[in-house]
Write a new protein. Structure first.
Length: 255
């Protein structure tokens, strides 16, 4: 199978980074491109959430641009190139799919995940803890989900959901106590415990906490915009009761 556009794209990136290329592209480093990698990935996810296929195609191109830029920068230092990246990924996929490229069996998606995790552990023998290998740069909510799932793998799980709900209530009461004591450090600590316990509750019910919060954000923004449309005076002049009524009216019109 031939991919002339991909090969031409790789050459375009090389030219952009060359001595006679683009000043901005030549100035970039792995470190300077970090925000771009995150932003492009989130924009691709946003296109997926919207079901916008044409926009997804464009955003995936932007993600690919980041991969190619990092590969070209590394190539200039004789560290690795895009071919090395592709080979490592290819080898990993073949190794972690023995039910496709070997003689193992995996009849369900769950079987595939179990095999994947087993093979991953065999590859990462230097990891001594379940907590090793979780990227420190992950968004806190995503990281909390990973941490929780890692702990559950070795049996560190709530005995029943009621116990977990009691834990959340307990954390909330401890937060209220910190508020009453006007202890800002303790308040932050207890709020973190509330959020982490809530992530565990989402995991228990197989809810992606990150996606759930993203949807809540979108829902809130839609309702707030509707409030702004319905408002008959500047929102700053509304009392709490007026705000509450306006919020309920916005919800009613949107739901």
């Amino acid at each position: 199978m031939n991919y002339p556009n991909l090969e031409e794209l790789i050459e375009v990136i090389r030219v952009l980074r060359s001595e006679n290329g683009c000043v901005w592209d030549r100035a970039q480093t792995h470190e300077s491109l970090r925000p771009n990698m995150l932003e492009e990935a989130y924009e691709a996810v946003d296109a997926i959430n919207k079901g916008d296929i044409l926009n997804l195609r464009e955003e995936l191109g932007d993600v690919l641009l980041q991969v190619l830029l990092h590969s070209q920068i590394a190539s200039e230092s004789n560290e690795f190139n895009i071919e090395d990246v592709a080979k490592e990924l290819k080898d990993k996929l073949i190794h972690r799919h023995p039910h496709v490229f070997g003689n193992d069996k995996a009849d369900t998606p769950e079987d595939v995940i179990k095999n994947w995790e087993r093979l991953k552990q065999e590859e990462k023998k230097d990891r001594k803890s379940q907590m090793d290998g979780i990227p420190k740069s992950l968004p806190a909510l995503v990281a909390a989900q990973k941490i929780s799932k890692r702990a559950v793998k070795v049996g560190f799980e709530w005995d029943k959901v009621e116990t977990l709900l009691e834990c959340i209530k307990s954390e909330y009461n401890e937060f209220k106590e910190a508020v009453n004591n006007k202890n800002s450090l303790s308040m932050e600590d207890e709020m973190g415990d509330i959020l982490f316990a809530t992530v565990n509750l989402a995991r228990w019910y197989k809810i992606d906490a990150e996606q759930a919060l993203l949807k809540a954000n979108i829902k809130f923004m839609k309702r707030f915009r509707k409030m702004e449309e319905l408002a008959t005076k500047p929102l700053e002049e509304y009392s709490f009761e007026e705000y509450d009524n306006l919020w309920k009216q916005a919800k009613k019109e949107l739901d």
